[in-house]
Design a protein around this ligand. Sequence first.
Ligand SMILES: CC(C)(COP(=O)(O)OP(=O)(O)OC[C@H]1O[C@@H](n2cnc3c(N)ncnc32)[C@H](O)[C@@H]1OP(=O)(O)O)[C@@H](O)C(=O)NCCC(=O)NCCS
Length: 248
Amino acid sequence: MASCELMDTLLNQSTVHVWFCDLEIAEPQIASYAKLLSADELARAQRFHFNHDKRRFIVARAVLRALLSHYCQLSAKALDFNYAVHGKPSLQVQHNPNDLTFNIAHSHELSVYAFAQHHAIGIDVEYLLRKVDCLALAKRFFAAQEYQQLVALPADQQQRGFFNGWTRKEAFIKALGDGLFFSLDRFVVDLSSDQPAKIISIEGDKQKAQTWSLSAFTPQANYVGALASNMEIATIKYQRWNHDQFNR
Ligand SMILES: CC(C)(COP(=O)(O)OP(=O)(O)OC[C@H]1O[C@@H](n2cnc3c(N)ncnc32)[C@H](O)[C@@H]1OP(=O)(O)O)[C@@H](O)C(=O)NCCC(=O)NCCS
């Protein structure tokens, strides 16, 4: 799809574009992606202890740049980011005349990206086979109502319920841009897999929660993701990044 069409879809509708990207790719492709990164980003890549984290960071960041260059019609290499006080990246104003907003998350071998316009957006993804003590984590970080919902699930559904909650909560705090400075027990989400995702209340306020959209998605087997925005979303368009097309 041509870049103007991509931007038109965002401009004309209450649409969010979500992209999925496989981070485990061949070395020659990683080398060509690395050429898109800024000096700061390359320095950050070098600081990763494990080589697989370094490789995945390079791919995730380069694909972010490539996608942004499609939407903004600027060269991927030329884009500059601002970082808000709690680390949320955005495009520098001079590169962003159409007020594009975006967010990114990565887990294990996958990155996910969300793009919208004029509205806050947050996305999260988690690899479901990660070993976690989900009840202990939920007891510590989740709201009491969420913990009760999790405990009431059959044992074989608790890991999935926990990651449903985790991704939905992180998508919301990432849309706010506050990260974990917005304590996770200040708002309540629904954890179930068979009902539409939703924020139930924010600081006890159910009406405030209704001003937010929350959606769950399954990018591929063994992953779960969530998207949050302060806009009413009419359409979410899901797409998978094609490395071969980029590197051709
Ligand atoms: C922002 C935050 C929520 C992201 O955490 P994360 O789960 O480690 O990472 P994710 O893959 O979801 O997202 C990382 C991306 O979010 C973006 N980001 C960074 N800070 C952000 C913020 N304050 N708001 C929104 N997005 C942010 C960045 O693009 C980052 O990727 P990059 O630096 O490689 O480009 C972070 O505040 C954090 O500390 N999380 C800890 C997770 C945790 O313990 N959760 C407990 C749940 S029970």
